[in-house]
Design a protein. Structure first.
Length: 768
């Protein structure tokens, strides 16, 4: 049957199918969790490719994480039945941004081998600038200013555009100057920060309409997932790429309504001068080449407001892309009715919502309610979660057993992870930490990376300063300052300055000798860059520099772990082709690739769980002050609370079948034991879809008017208040005692730990 729909369309519901098949014109899919938004995007790309409407290279698709991008690529391949040859423009805003910027670096005053600075580098650079201005960096902390710059960049603001009040708020009104000085310094260093990965392309597009036009011709289809979490800069970037109308005279003209509709410096070209008739002609001439943008999102899952995300971008969409088709998906394919019921009831407590319906026609009497558990403290919590996981792993009555891969522990704050990791190591349960302790932020890794960076990019002064006297080479502050001045005076990088200065007698003999060796080392390593396999070279650099020896001679308790990490660093490079490729990867703080072979429980923060789904989800730490987080409440007030609630909604809706929520009565905060109050979110769950774990029944029930009543909301300082129910406490204690002895250590289990910016699976086996 020639008219039969292609297989990839067959399973879609009518609304999904509309979203996939409406290829012409702007489309906004606004829908709740698990309704198939991501699936729609993936299928849409497959459809574009299968119908020959565009080449893979003509599709620009933005995902929230690199991991999501890789998965999407794989699925597209499956849908169109065959490997997709490249999808070079499928990635995160940052990874696409860096690609664009490498192509046009010179237009931003950079060379194409520019370095991407991470937060730590940025802070050190800003500190130097603050000091150079003669300001007291204790009074005006670099870290604070780095935060301000980040906020401005998220809003797409250049130094000249920052609000007067903001500029005045820092360093006696020098905010603007410092920001400008920072940008200049970045340029000198041939470097940029994360914000620049978007802002430079935006500037380039604005200043060079011909370049923008090239991309208009190139990107025929633009797709964006997790649209609710785009910030203003990202939105500006998207709008530039998607609104060809501005330069080609197509009908849509950006709305010029309220002042807040345009951003400072948002130079919209004058509306097309053409008469209506001529414009229509232009439309038909361009029709085939129009840019078709499709964004999918859920306002209830906007959880990055604290990082500048603007959920209002959803509301702007219809205004900025006139004639947009708005499609709602209401059928949830992911979760049981209980899970949806619980999540829906909870999120209904938020006020600022667009409001959506979610239903499932999945009816299975076997489906359990969401289970709330109480524990004495976090150790007990981890122990009990571990126990539940072990139970799930064993075959049940029907012989069904759960894979560890199907389970996830989603925490509010990363410090919560430690306890679970400890427990799982003891139990011999495999686990992986995703987005957790950032491997690349560890001291020894940063030092090693500085060596590698300097070899690849000799102008990287920050890297130079980081390692020139690490390990100690007797290069004191005075020498470094001399070197600094020498470099500044001649406007050359510090490594080049070092190379010059050792030919003079400006330094004391000892320092001169030390510096001579450093320069010689780097020259040698640079010479090997093209010839030697990069992992070998990396190892050699760490050995010859004395860096490895420094930790070998270190007697501290952390030293062995650091050496192990350095080894892992080298291992993780193997999958890259060059040191440069690896450095770029690290700079982008990729999320880790998962080792699919290893059956393992995932541990991650709620923030990094966005878009994912698991058979069983554990949500520990539902206590006032932790979740909702005190900082969100203090800094964000009502909006902060609502964002926390959305985070809870995201957490619950990750579960397909089982959702276990935990709270503890006592938690150690900053080394001090504190009694806690159960989270207000627990009270916001509907009794119809939630039950208290059986073993916790003596606790006295939970829910509205239940065991702990409502009075706790009157209490002002959550962690100061004591809440306890002796009966429940005893029950917990008994349970603990009864089971503790059964848990022995096992040997030979694997633990996979995946850092936030890590290149790939780094499994290490821990001897039990
Ligand atoms: P989130 O808001 O959490 O990102 P989402 O709207 O992106 O969710 P998806 O992840 O695309 O939802 O889909 C949720 C689950 O439902 C996935 O397992 C997906 O494969 C499945 N699904 C989506 N649409 C269908 C369908 N038409 N038939 C069967 N399963 C579907
Ligand atoms: Mg999704």
């Amino acid at each position: 049957d020639a008219h039969r729909a292609p297989d990839y369309l067959a399973g879609l519901n009518p609304e999904q199918r509309e979203a996939v098949e409406t290829l012409d014109g702007p489309v906004l899919v606004l829908a709740g969790a698990g309704t198939g938004k991501t699936r729609v995007l993936t299928t849409r790309i497959a459809h574009i490719l299968a119908t020959g409407r565009a080449f893979p290279s003509q599709i620009l698709a933005v995902t929230f994480t690199n991991k999501a991008a890789r998965e999407m690529k794989e699925r597209i391949g499956l849908l169109v039945g065959g490997a997709v040859e490249g999808m070079p423009w499928l990635g995160t805003f940052h990874s696409i941004g860096v690609k664009l910027l490498r192509r046009h670096a010179e237009l931003a005053g950079l060379r194409s081998d520019f370095t991407i600075l991470d937060t730590d580098d940025v802070v050190r650079l800003i500190k130097q600038i603050i000091q150079a201005e003669g300001l007291d960096d204790k009074r005006w902390p670099a870290k604070q200013f780095a935060g301000m710059i980040d906020t401005w960049k998220n809003k797409g603001l250049d130094p000249a555009q920052i609000p007067e009040g903001d500029a005045r708020a820092f360093a006696n009104g020098k905010g603007r100057e410092l920001y400008a000085a920072y940008q200049n310094r970045l340029r000198t260093l041939n470097a940029c920060d994360f914000g620049d990965l978007l802002l430079h392309p935006i500037r380039i597009f604005r200043a060079h309409p011909d370049i923008l036009r090239e991309y208009h011709q190139k990107f025929r289809y633009i797709l964006v997932d997790e649209y609710q979490d785009t910030n203003t800069a990202q939105y500006m970037w998207l709008r530039l790429l998607a609104q060809r109308s501005q330069s080609s005279g197509r009908a849509s003209v950006p709305a010029e309504g309220r002042a807040s509709d345009s951003w400072p410096g948002d130079a919209s070209p004058a509306p097309a001068q053409a008469s209506a008739g001529r414009r229509d002609a232009a439309v038909s001439a361009n029709e085939k080449q129009q840019i078709n943008i499709c964004c999918v999102g859920d306002d209830d899952q906007s959880i990055y407001g604290w990082r500048g995300a603007e959920v209002d971008n959803i509301l702007r969409f219809e205004k900025d892309f006139p004639g947009a088709r708005v499609i709602k998906l209401e059928r949830n394919y992911r979760s049981t009715a209980h899970i949806l019921g619980a999540a829906g009831h909870l999120i209904a407590h938020n006020e600022g919502r667009l409001g959506k319906t979610l239903f499932t026609d999945r009816v299975d009497p076997e489906d359990g309610k969401v289970v709330v558990h109480a524990a004495w403290d976090s150790e007990e919590e981890a122990r009990a979660v571990g126990e539940t996981i072990e139970t799930l792993q064993r075959p049940d009555r029907n012989g069904k057993r759960h894979n560890l891969n199907d389970m996830a522990i989603l925490v509010r704050a990363s410090f919560q992870m430690r306890e679970f990791e400890d427990r799982f190591v003891t139990l011999g349960l495999n686990y992986r930490v995703i987005g957790g302790p950032r491997f690349y932020e560890r001291l020894e890794i940063r030092d090693a990376m500085a060596y590698f960076r300097l070899v690849c990019q000799p102008a990287d002064d920050l890297a130079f300063e980081r390692i020139v006297n690490t390990p100690k080479r007797g290069l004191g502050d005075t020498t470094i300052r001399n070197l600094h001045d020498y470099a500044r005076a001649r406007d050359i990088p510090m490594l080049a300055a070092a190379s010059d200065i050792i030919e003079t007698d400006e330094l004391k003999p000892k320092a001169r000798k030390a510096l001579f060796d450093v320069v010689a080392d780097f020259k040698r390593w640079q010479g090997l860059l093209e010839t030697m396999p990069h992992t070998e070279l990396a190892e050699q650099i760490l050995d010859e520099s004395g860096y490895t020896a420094m930790w070998q001679n270190d007697k501290s308790a952390e030293a062995p772990g650091r050496l192990e990490n350095l080894k892992e660093l080298i291992r993780s490079m193997e999958q890259f082709e060059s040191l440069r490729g690896f450095l770029e990867h690290v700079a982008l703080v990729m999320d880790a690739e998962q080792n699919e072979d290893l059956d393992a429980v995932s541990i991650m923060t709620l923030h990094s769980a966005k878009g994912l789904e698991f058979e069983t989800v554990f949500l520990p730490g539902w206590e006032e002050g932790l979740f909702p987080h005190q900082r969100a409440l203090d800094e964000g007030g009502r909006a902060g609370l609502e964002e926390e609630r959305r985070l809870a909604y995201v957490g619950i809706t990750r579960a397909k079948r089982n959702c276990h929520i935990w709270f503890v009565s006592n938690r150690r905060i900053h080394g001090l034991w504190q009694s806690t109050i159960p989270s207000r979110f627990l009270d916001e769950l509907p009794e119809a879809h939630v039950e208290v774990a059986e073993s916790d029944q003596s606790y006295g029930g939970y829910g509205r008017g239940g065991g702990y009543g409502q009075s706790r909301f009157d209490k002002q300082e959550p962690f100061q208040n004591s809440y306890s129910t002796p009966g429940w406490r005893r029950a917990q204690q008994n349970k603990t005692d009864a089971t503790r002895d059964n848990w022995g250590n096992r040997s030979g289990h694997a633990v996979e730990r995946i850092g936030y910016g890590e290149s790939g699976p780094r499994a290490r086996t821990i001897e039990g």
